[in-house]
Design a protein around this ligand. Sequence first.
Ligand code: CA
Length: 640
Amino acid sequence: MSDRYTPYLGNDLGCVYTEKKTTFRLWAPTAEKVEICFYKNGDGDCLLETVPMEKDVEGTWFLEKSGDNARLYYTYLVTQEGITKETQDPYGKACGVNGVRSMVVSLRSTDPKGFDKDCGPKLYSPTDAVVCEISVRDMTADVSSGVRFKGKYLGLTEKGAMNINGVPTGLDYIKSLGVTHVQLMPSYDFGSIDESRPEANQYNWGYDPVNYNIPEGSYSTDPFHGEVRIKEFKQMVQAFHNEGIGVIMDVVYNHTYDIDNSCFQKTVKDYYYRMDGKKYSDASACGNEVASDQPMMRKYIIDSVKYWAEEYHIDGFRFDLMGVLDLETMRQIRAELEKINPYILVYGEGWAGGPSVLPEEERALKVNVSQLQGIGMFSDDMRDGIKGHVFTEDALGFVNGGQDMENDIRFSVVGAIEHPQVDYEKYEYTPEGAWAKDPRDVVNYASCHDNLTLWDKLLLTCPKASRAELLAMNRLSAAIIFTSQGMPFFLSGEEFARSKPYKNSYSENSYNLPVEVNSLKYDRLSDFKELCDYYRGLIAFRKEHIGLRMNTKTEVVENLRFLPQEQKNVVAFVIKERQEEIFVVYNANPEQVTVSLPDDNTWQVYAEGSKAGTTVLGEIKNQTELMKVSCLIACRVVTQ
Ligand code: CA
């Protein structure tokens, strides 16, 4: 099946612009005829001319147009089986409103000042990263952000924005957390928002790709002129880089918005999608799945991520439903991206949304992570172990009253690797047990854009809990994330109890709910300052301790030792780190417990109750009282 058509291996697919001429090349081996329509604008009745393309090598069609064609809009008219369809260029780098027509672009003219010198942070390992998931829209849409360009790329470039109490918001706020990277929710051009009607109160997360290589138009100040969204996206990336923060893109190559209107289907019918007989396979649960194992689809995905890394200086990629994509494609992606940026982060969801025709052993699923190098996967084990299963509203986890979860938490603390003190017989969440070969394979988190926010999950599972009790659970959740081996990740606003109230309850899937449900309410920053500072403190502490950021299984097994506990719902461990030892203990009990220290030395406390950071809070010796639902972190210098 994959040998049906000769692939085209050149690097000039789409349009290649110079001031003197522009070339156009489309891979369309099944087409009987291909023409190009040139338009004055990205929409409306403004056809300039229709020009036939010449059949060229390896299933491609080619046209060279002389002169400076920058800002000329175009589409292809592709005839297959006697039916002609108009489509934008799959390799389009710029487009008009709603991505219907592609645009010839002089990319250098879209570079903001100084972009040639722009670059992201350099991290030795993914375990050194601290990733915060943000949405361009959500971060500045609310009036409380105090930002001028609300919900836009430019909104995230604004310095000095603050809420009504003078607390920094937007970019300054993200910087204040100490995170190393932000992960942008879909910001390529997606289909679910009509860009021509900015006044309409539309909202969508954007997991419905239309143009993979072009920024979304509704986040720009002018979606009608193709160069504007490109420049503004670059300005945003540059603004983050200026603060030392890397930018990771959430990429959704597993499916497209629909089949019939997709540029893939219109150029080569039924090539880019996996088929199950005459039906379309649907491992994305969105109506289709992309055939990443087909040579030209694989090439497309690889070319696309390379383009974002090179042209937009993107520092990492988070693959949505990565378990739909095949292992070989992911391996090649990693290898190609590393050539561009050795510090690049690649990780994704190691699962699919439904069954696929491609066998499990060929797909980038969690159980196959050992067959990949340098590609992390989200630990749903940790997410659900901390606070209860996401699909069962009343399911409890370690922090909110779940029982017999100690082993699950140990599993997560070691980064889902094989460790002699974790009981894999008892571990049921992932039947394969230790799925990671080392902590670099693991992304640790409690909440993301999907499902209930952490705060809402705690509210719903513990309706009788006081605010102080809920805060304690939230803190313990954060403490587990930031003291576990792997790469920590959290949803923006989790650190100030982000909530999505909707219809007398809380939304567990707000993808198309009004922006008011989704946006960050910075006024909450004042109400939850202590919680926010606790996150900051944990992040700062983590950055100071390589013992929390180990890279290999051997290191973790040698240096991390759990201490036996008599009480239930307590997990304690010691990490050897150069000249220091770190002692961490989580108490999920609703009452205080007494915990023995690892030895009879004096230990300096860095986290206790509602406080965490890099300054010593006190000293303890022999044993200590641990507050209900809390984490204690203490260190001591080892004298030989
Ligand atoms: Ca769009």
